[in-house]
Design a protein around this ligand. Sequence first.
Ligand SMILES: [Zn+2]
Length: 401
Amino acid sequence: MTRRLYYDDSLLTEFDAVVTGCVRRGDIWLCALDRSAFYPTSGGQPYDTGTIICPDGRVCGVTDVECDGDGEVWHTISGEIAAGTPVRCAIDWDRRRDHMEQHGGEHLLAGAVWRHLQGTTIGLHLGKDDSTIDVAFPDGRTHLTEDEITLLEKQVNSWIRLDAPVKCYFAQPSQLPGIPLRKPPTVTENIRIVQYGDFEYCACGGTHPPRSGMIGQIKILSALPSKGKVRISFVCGERAENRLRAAFRVLKELSDKLSCHWGDTPEAVRTIQERNEELAREGVRKNEIIARYEIERACGNPVICGERQIALVMLPFDDKKFLARFASDEAGRREMVVFAALKPAEGVSFFCMCRPDGDPVDLRKMIAPLKAKGGGRPEMVQGTVPADEIRARLAEAFQGM
Ligand SMILES: [Zn+2]
């Protein structure tokens, strides 16, 4: 079984080892060492990457690390290294440090959730961008308030600022009753206790910083319902620093554009939204005035189509909702067929109606020469026609216009 060096020293990045086995799996090789500081994926924390260097200078990149049921750690490499070869190994410190920051922050967040809200953390997922924990609460709730989120964040950050020592040690089952674990261990032997100061105790086999201050900071991103529990998303350490920098950059750009202090941005956006809504309402009022003028003009100079009179209205704006309402209302009021269309750049949308209680007429036949995309009923048709063909097609449909 591989001796795990990270149990005793999570800051160890380079070490010597001897290859104890190397097996092929398809295009890759799995290499076992007598001792290793590489962390294998487990407990929600991803594997370490790094290099294994052979005595002849050959450098093998470690692209995955996993642990088998016997506790052997297997390092994924691209070529074979013979058993018995002494090697020099190095892990990717930036990746490991990042994982320790997220993982350590998760312990403190789970501890704060337990202490203040009596929530039990079920699982950890350490993602490429954000990390999450799922928390079950005694009352079964699936939400946290903004005040509760702030409470958790402040608690974790205060524990981080304490820069408390982090102790990791193996405990006998008989010792467990004397250790205030926030939840029972999931294993029955080789129980490794991770203790942050005197405020967070949990059984865990992961890599942890030697002091809480190394976590840097936590930023809780959200707390959302997930399968009857609360999923809390968060970032720690450098990720939190980067996230806050990016968020503040966006906020600054917005406040510069709005010419206000960043703290006044929400109010400035609300003012713009209200102004936009007022402008939209004003636009509808103006469109109605224009449409009324156009329909009066069209009724005074109708297009004759056999025994029918058609009010041909071209509306100089693009509002399909308005078009449908306008044509229906006007058709109910007028003796003639109302053919109303919008005048946009590409396709002309139209709505054609006659009085429901007027002489029966099949508008579908009347507008057939338009060759429009659309359809409808005898007393109502709608569709679209390419803008550059509307005139010719209308002339054909309503001969003599
Ligand atoms: Zn842990």
